[in-house]
Design a protein. Sequence first.
Lengths: 142, 514
Amino acid sequence: MQGRKAQVEARPAAVHARAFAYDAKRETVLEGTVVGYTESAQIAPTGAHATVRTASGDVDVHLGPASYLEAKHFSLAPGGQVRFAGVNAVVNGKDVFLARIAQKGSQVVAIRSPRGSLLANGAARLVTEAERVQMKQQGGAR
Amino acid sequence: MNARTGSTVSRVSIVLALCAAACGGGGGNNGGPPPPPPKFTNASLSGQYAFSMSGTELCAGQGSLFARIGTFTADGHGNITKGLEDVNICTGMGILQFTGGRYSIDADGRGSLSLTNSSGTTNYSISLVSSAQGAVAETDATVTASGTFQRQNPGTFSNAAIAGGYVFDFQGVEVVGTAVDPVSIIGRFDADGAGGVVNGLYDSNIAGTLSGQQTFPAGTFYQMDTNGDGTTFGRGTANIAGRNFAFYVVDATRIKFVGTDFPSELVGEAFAQQNIAFNDSSLVGDYSFLIDGLNSSSPIATSGRFTADGVGNITNVIADENHNGAVTLLPVGTVTGATYVVDANRFGGGTLQWTDTTAGTFSFIFYLISPTQAVLQETDSGLVSDGVFTAQTATPITTASMAGDYAFVWSGVNSSGDEVDFAGQLTLDSSGGFSGLLDSNRFATTTSTQVSNALINGNLTLGGNGEGANTLNVTEVSPADTFHFTAYIVDQNRIFVVCTDTNRVLSGTLTRQP
């Protein structure tokens, strides 16, 4: 194949025919009272879920890995007032609200990127250089 | 001897003792034939091996994706004598030299490995496919990961040996400003044997945003290290598809890469591409595929099979997708519009798609390594998922033909959304039953759980002629757990598996041992 100049092929645009994608254009705000919380859901999507009572009924809110929330010192318990920004999706035939931002009182935690990716996968890479130096000193075997 | 090694010895001792009792004593005094020699020993791991793995590390109290690639030299007697690795971790890039280490290989090919560098010692479970390759899972309390290793050919540690076409597949996270998004980049290039790269093409998918096919930007190159690490360890650096990498050469046909553009993280491999002008007729016959990745609800794993007719049509699409616990078994409705196109530029890239009238449209980009193998990237629904497809066997598949010993590695997340990695070995009998042993690392920011030598058993049940979706149910005795997999048989030596449990996502490969 060497010696032949590469020619770029036109690709079809992304297909969005399937559910479950995070469509930022459909983002809404959800407010209510926590009536249930589990760190380890036995239903999809895996991770932490909160059941939030809103004016229009109970909503299942997906929050990603519970370990990420713990690291951010963000906890939910029945009776707490909460506010989320995110999108509604259908997972396994059930409605679920995919939270991007979670707020409890004055505490605000970013759970997803603006494109909808869970920050739990790499938020630790966003720390400042000073924090990074401190983390290196605290780190174990690499 | 570390704790894990001790545990392994204890387990083997118990098994041997039980066997001795059941068999009424040893064969030596009765004049019977001597027992067969063990299939694997410490001598099975001997020489220089390149490894690559990715996983989750505990960082500032939270889990964070990371990658490591490198090389170690095993002396055949349980000692690691030298090595080098590149790590892309939350605190930055690092190049670490191994100053020592130990390993122990059991008769079934499973074993333990520890690698010591200036920062301390990291620990792994390994499962040998043969003396030339194996699977690896990191088993440290604050780090879990999985990957593979292959014996290196030092005769190929030169720019000149890296020549001709290569197809690559990189996966990781892209960090831009305060956004962290999953990324997949697949493509191909020609290495000129002197550090130059031409005919570079790639397709990137960042959180569902597709680049379309792009040519490599200026500045692309590859270069073996000139400080001695190149000739000693097979290490070099490269700029591929506009990203910077460190790489380790396995041989002229396979190179392992880790991205060095911290804080972004990429890891993957490049494979020598067959030197032919590809077109639609290059894709003909039956293929199995396995891809995994991330999405907004992270993560996803998909395995399946399809048939290509050589003129752009796809038939017999069967697939199992576990999208963060939402399981779709295709076909749900009717599959329509199943087609593929190999790029007119004949570099082996192409597109493939089908629509299930109920489940929706599935679309992909691929780059052919050869007519029997390709890297594959999903391009629909905001998904970032990639992997391989490979020609499916033309010989009849039966439980008897699949009987034998297999090394395996699985990776994914549990119901908490935290990473889990498994490495093990099992023996399939001619009726599809199996037993084996499993090591696992279940990550958590508070208390991760490492389990060694867990007994497993279960059954492989073929569906129809075995070319479609088969069932592999795996029961772990302690801690008690049952994994339900769909198994797609590639050939008599390899099986792709994807877990269909709704409370976790797992996928992996079983590879036959000799």
